[in-house]
Design a protein around this ligand. Structure first.
Ligand SMILES: [Ca+2]
Length: 378
């Protein structure tokens, strides 16, 4: 073969090879897009105390579902302080190999309510079992980490704040993603205050919170059935969010939470698996006291499979903002007695198929963690 013919042949072969490689790469990109096409997008807003516990477990369930794409986790002070919650979330993502999911810090304090005011309210109107980050037994300064038995993270939180991240994402994916709210609603209220289009641009709001008439002897609710932490911790934020024009609102109330329990049997079933999420639960999940409801986990799993909910009813919902003993209490109405002002309908869950819920809860946490679908620049 003459040199010039060989060079021509080599050039043609090279072009064919490059075309094949480009096509293959395009196909792989297409496959990744296809993989995500049918996934349901969600942003998780959470008071992400940890390790394990209802807040982290609820996040894990949404990540563990192969049918879900978690666009980000925005964090808010509630069950614990913002700084430690961000650290627990980053560490959990490291342990399950999903550091591609951005962790975005939000509000460190409620909009109006203060710890001092809450303590004064307790002196006047009676003590409340759970004060989240303000609970005396677990109290430490806001910027301290507190115990981190799972180790400190090496990865970093996003440089953006939660409200702006939520607004940016809703305009990037209009009407496409669900907002899962597992904590006080401060971040959502800030996003609504900055951009009033934010709620109507989201697909729906799903939240754990509110309490109507739970059937329980739990002292937290037996004498204060309308006093629920996620709403009372930041009542003004909840008021802003519940009055906003969402296309759909779904609520997992205390009424249904009290029908679920974390047990040592469930933990044992989960930790029989070697998957990173199962090992995380096995090492760090602990029962505390007599009542270990699967609060936020039920909101996650019921969103993944709404057929678990066997009884639901529409209510209109708001929060009591009067500065008396009912400050932060859940207010609800039906079509017959609702006020004329801008209250929104909320789909309220009342009962569930408990066996199917526990099975899904265990199966999801035992499963291998789905790998990142595609690397998106948030
Ligand atoms: Ca929570």
């Amino acid at each position: 073969m003459k040199l010039s013919r060989f060079l021509r042949w080599a050039a043609v072969a090279g072009v064919i090879l490059l075309t094949c490689l480009a096509s293959q790469s395009q196909n792989q990109g297409q496959n990744k897009d296809d993989q995500n096409k049918d996934k349901r997008k969600v942003i998780i807003d959470q008071d992400a105390a940890g390790p394990a516990g209802t807040d982290q477990q609820a996040i894990l369930l949404l990540i563990q579902s192969p049918r879900t794409e978690v666009l980000g986790i925005t964090v808010v002070t509630g069950d614990a302080w913002l700084t430690e919650e961000v650290a627990h979330t980053l560490r959990m993502l490291e342990l399950i190999g999903r550091t591609d999911i951005p962790v975005v810090p939000g509000a460190e304090y409620p909009l109006v309510r203060t710890q001092e005011e809450t303590e004064e309210s307790e002196r006047r109107y009676g003590f409340v079992d759970w004060l989240g980050a303000w609970t005396p037994k677990y109290y430490h300064a806001p910027r301290e980490l507190g115990p981190m038995p799972e180790g400190k993270p090496t990865t970093k939180a996003a440089g953006e704040d939660a409200a702006h991240f939520l607004i940016r994402m809703v305009h990037k994916y209009p009407h496409e993603f669900t907002i899962y709210e597992g904590g006080p609603m401060t971040n959502l209220a800030l996003a609504i205050s900055i951009d009033p289009e934010f709620p109507s641009q989201a697909k729906e709001l799903v939240f754990m919170g509110a309490s109507l008439n739970p059937q329980t002897d739990d002292p937290e609710f037996a004498n204060a059935p309308r006093h629920e932490f996620n709403l009372w911790f930041d009542p003004e934020a909840a008021h802003i969010v519940l009055r906003a024009p969402w296309k759909k609102i779904v609520c997992t109330t205390v009424d249904i939470s009290v029908k679920t329990r974390m047990t040592n049997e469930l933990i044992d079933q989960i930790k029989a698996s070697n998957s990173p999420s199962a090992q995380y639960i096995g090492k760090y999940a602990r029962l505390r006291g007599s009542y270990n409801y699967l609060w936020d986990e039920l909101a996650s799993v019921a969103w993944l499979d709404p057929s678990l909910i066997t009884k639901k009813e529409n209510r209109y919902m708001d929060v009591n903002l009067d500065r008396g003993p009912g400050y932060g209490d859940t207010l609800t109405w039906t079509d017959r007695d609702k006020p004329k002002r801008d209250v929104q309908p909320v789909e309220v869950q009342f009962d569930l198929d408990t066996d199917r819920f526990y099975k899904m809860f265990v199966d999801l946490l035992k499963a291998p963690t789905p790998p990142p679908g595609k690397v998106t620049t948030p």
